[in-house]
Design a protein around this ligand. Structure first.
Ligand SMILES: [Zn+2]
Length: 94
C-alpha cells in the first residue's frame, strides 16, 4: 500500500492527508503570503484544511505567523479567508 503523506493543519493541529489540506506559502522575495493550490510555489510553507473555519484558530493563536516565521497582517488573513472559501474540498491526487 502506498504511504499517504500527512501534514499538520495550522488551524485544528490535526495530521491529515496532504490532499485534504492546502499549502500557504510565504515568499520571502516579495513578502507575499498566498494560497498555493499547486503546492509547488517557492518559499516557506504551512498547511491548512481546505476549510475556512480552520483559519480562525490559526489567526487567533498566530499559528500561521509562527509556521511561516513572519508577521501575517489582518489584510493577509482576510485575503486568505476569501481564497479558502473558494477552494475545492479535495486537492488533486498526486
Ligand atoms: Zn484544520
Amino acid at each position: 500500500m502506498r504511504k499517504i503523506p500527512l501534514r499538520k493543519c495550522v488551524g485544528c493541529q490535526e495530521m491529515k492527508p496532504k490532499r485534504e489540506l492546502i499549502r500557504i506559502v510565504y515568499n520571502q522575495t516579495d513578502g507575499t503570503v498566498d494560497l498555493d493550490a499547486s503546492g509547488r510555489k517557492p518559499g516557506r510553507g504551512a498547511y491548512i484544511c481546505r476549510n475556512v473555519t480552520c483559519l480562525t484558530p490559526a489567526r487567533k493563536k498566530k499559528a500561521l505567523d509562527r509556521s511561516l516565521k513572519t508577521s501575517v497582517s489582518a489584510t493577509i488573513y482576510d485575503s486568505l479567508a476569501e481564497q479558502l472559501a473558494e477552494v475545492e474540498p479535495e486537492g488533486p491526487d498526486e
